[in-house]
Write a protein that binds this ligand. Structure first.
Ligand SMILES: Cc1cc2nc3c(=O)[nH]c(=O)nc-3n(C[C@H](O)[C@H](O)[C@H](O)COP(=O)(O)OP(=O)(O)OC[C@H]3O[C@@H](n4cnc5c(N)ncnc54)[C@H](O)[C@@H]3O)c2cc1C
Length: 395
């Protein structure tokens, strides 16, 4: 395919990865980002082998190795008693079984690595402080209109436009999907603490997962092992706004009053908690004409399978691969992308919802879940997701 001019709306993990992958195929990319600067927003993200493989293929392995951690396993415990329920093998097992590592990383550090790579790629232009307002799919071009900081409107035509503008995507509306994502009744609280402040029994290299009826907690070391990232899920009838709504630690602790002592100690440490609400949205179409969606814009995923960033990274690689194929027009390439991705991202969305239900099982159901985990063992638990972690692009 001849070199194309492509606009990417949104410089999140998905948009930046797409820009890098598309530039490698010889295209010229303009990224249009609403924010005026990149502050340290967000905390831990998990990069399972399906995602780390792609980032390494993009040449980011050395930079990532300086900031990621590679937990040897997930230790699963009962939230109330603190008793171990089971484990999931990560570390060397993942590398050997799936040919790529299972990393955890601070979102801001991953974003910085992607940004540095984008800034040193001459065929990618990053334009900040511009909000994409509409995208119109014409027969021969796609026209994107954005608003600048002082309210001026500008329109530019591209061969293709990629909507990587997150869960509240504007580009998704341009594809005719005007539904709002659905709130799923839970709020995620996140915090980071210095590792030496974590209770000794929870300060190891592994990921901790605590399962309870009304919530669950995940923690793991990030920033090269310097910090511990903590995410606690609570039920709430109404959502909070944005990615970083402040929360009171004492309110969180009240909801975890019956948690095991070590977990309560961990949850009592952070001085600051930030909250975001959990939404998802059924996948309809990932592309129409010269316009495609990726990541949260196309398929917001509940975080219970840790695949939000990973699916955005997979989408980015898949897009670059179809836009490289010979004898394809842009609309036919994007239609191939839609059909390649739709079933997979729907399956991941459903698996994440299912994990949420399983995590919060109590009574007999919870007992049966624990028995299954014990019977499968750490490697069996990891291999259950071979369909997810072993992903490789067709093209
Ligand atoms: C600020 C922030 C903090 C987050 N923190 C966490 C966290 O702690 N843990 C976690 O698991 N996940 C977090 N996430 C979500 C996680 O990054 C995503 O689920 C995943 O990486 C998929 O990313 P994405 O690129 O599809 O979308 P996003 O990461 O949401 O990126 C979308 C980008 O598009 C930009 N944008 C939106 N609308 C427009 C527009 N109209 N015009 C131009 N640009 C636009 C946004 O500013 C953003 O930069 C966070 C996301 C954000 C935006």
């Amino acid at each position: 395919m001849a070199a194309l001019s492509i606009a990417v709306a949104g410089a999140g993990i998905g948009g930046l990865t797409a820009a890098l992958a598309l530039a490698r195929r010889g295209h010229t990319i303009t990224i249009i980002e609403r924010r005026t600067g990149f502050t340290e927003v967000g905390a831990g993200l998990q990069l399972s082998p399906n995602a780390s493989r792609i980032l390494m293929d993009l040449g980011l392995g050395a930079a990532l190795r300086r900031v990621v951690t590679e937990p040897p396993q997930v230790v699963v415990r009962d939230l109330g008693s603190g008793r171990p329920i089971g484990a999931v093998a990560l570390g060397a097992f993942m590398r050997e079984r799936f040919g790529a590592p299972y990393w955890v990383v601070h979102r801001a550090e991953l974003q910085t690595i992607l940004l540095d790579a984008v800034r040193s790629t001459p065929s990618v232009r990053l334009v900040m402080g511009r909000t994409v307002e509409t995208v119109e799919d014409r027969a021969d071009r796609a026209e994107l209109t954005f608003v600048t900081g002082n309210g001026a409107r500008e329109s530019t035509a591209f061969d293709a436009v990629i909507g990587a503008d997150g869960i509240w995507s504007t580009v998704r509306q341009s594809l005719g999907d005007c539904r709002k994502p659905g709130y799923r009744g839970s709020i995620a609280w996140r915090a980071t603490i210095d590792r030496n402040r974590a209770p000794a029994e929870l300060a190891g290299d592994e990921t901790g997962l605590w399962l309870g009826r009304r919530g669950h907690v995940v923690h793991y070391p990030i920033s090269g092992g310097r910090l511990v990232n903590i995410v606690a899920i609570t039920k709430s009838p109404s959502p909070v706004d944005g990615w970083a709504a402040p929360g009171e630690g004492r309110d969180l602790l009240a909801g975890y009053a019956n948690a095991a002592a070590a977990l309560r100690k961990l949850l009592a440490e952070p001085e600051q908690w930030l909250r975001w609400s959990l939404f998802d949205h059924p996948v309809t179409s990932l592309a129409k004409g010269r316009v495609a969606l990726l990541g949260d814009a196309a398929h917001p995923i509940l975080p219970f399978l840790a695949q939000g960033a990973a699916m955005a990274i997979e989408d980015a690689a898949a897009l670059a691969s179809v836009l490289d194929a010979d004898a394809q027009t842009v609309p036919s390439a994007l239609s191939t992308y839609d059909s390649q991705r739709r079933d997979r991202v729907s399956k991941v969305q459903q698996a994440a919802r299912q994990n949420g239900r399983v995590y919060h099982m109590g009574g007999l159901m919870g007992f049966a879940r624990n028995q299954v985990m014990r019977r499968l063992g750490p490697e069996g638990m990891a291999t259950r997701y071979a369909w997810l972690y072993d992903f490789r692009l067709l093209a």
